[in-house]
Design a protein around this ligand. Sequence first.
Ligand code: PPE
Length: 306
Amino acid sequence: MVDKLKKIWMDGELVDWDDANVHVLTHSLHYGVAAFEGIRAYKRADGQTYVFRLREHVDRLFDTCKLTLLAPKFTREDVMKACAELLRANSMEDGYLRPMVYMGDGAMGIYAPNNPCRTSVIAWKWGAYLGEEALKTGIRTKISSFARHHINISLAKAKMAGQYTNSVLAKREAKFGGYDEAIMLDANGYVSEGSGENIFLVKKGVLYTPDLASSILEGITRDTVMQLARELGIEVKETRITRDQLWLADEVFFTGTAAEVTPVREVDNRPIGEGTVGPITKRIQERFFDVVRGTDTAHAAWLTKV
Ligand code: PPE
């Protein structure tokens, strides 16, 4: 359960949590065309709260709007301000932000071009996505029977609500089978991503991740991790990856705003490396947490003070 906070930002106003309702005729509820983001704010070692890569997340929100033909009534600056305002209104030092642009109620039927385009931002407390233990010891994963959308069936680069039925089904299948998370292959059988994370593997000291032409979300944590790895002198290659390459990897980990850097210790009942958190994963994870909430200030441009 999400813990109730005070306020939610809806179309330019801070409304009380319990009053942040939409009508059941809301078009996006029926047909899934809605753009959304997930952003974290961290209380850093200096005692101040900073939103991590806010600009990039809001840019991706507007990219998703462009891809899905949504025309928000607010600017990027409005949404960025709303995020900070909401954190302050809820006295949040650490939190997760969920901006959403969606089609409101009006006409029904798929077309409905004149329904109002609505924007909201929600904030809630969100601890470790896959549990604190997962960050320390890694998780058990299973390749899903659900393939990721083919690039021309949906919009891999859009963070669009309707697309997540695929993720929910894959995640449930994995959990029902006793695993922590699903790994999805694309329609051609290559490794794509987790239900809500990008994936990386380490082999002989090199970091590999699916390239951007594959059916993956262009993760902001993925980009963060690639930059941090390169700074650590680790070679990074964006390429196609097969299932057996995953099984034979020395290390595997997931990245995501919610998942942060989560080690994967098992894929399809095969231990990855020693079946523990590998040394490169550990170094990247430590560096990541130092940048987002620690003392590292080398990437000040990624931090927006609240
Ligand atoms: N792939 C998918 C499918 C995805 O949903 C996410 C984020 C990522 C990759 C990583 O992207 P980024 O956050 O920019 O590094 N998933 C969001 C939603 C998770 C949820 O359960 O809700 C998130 O991590 O906020």
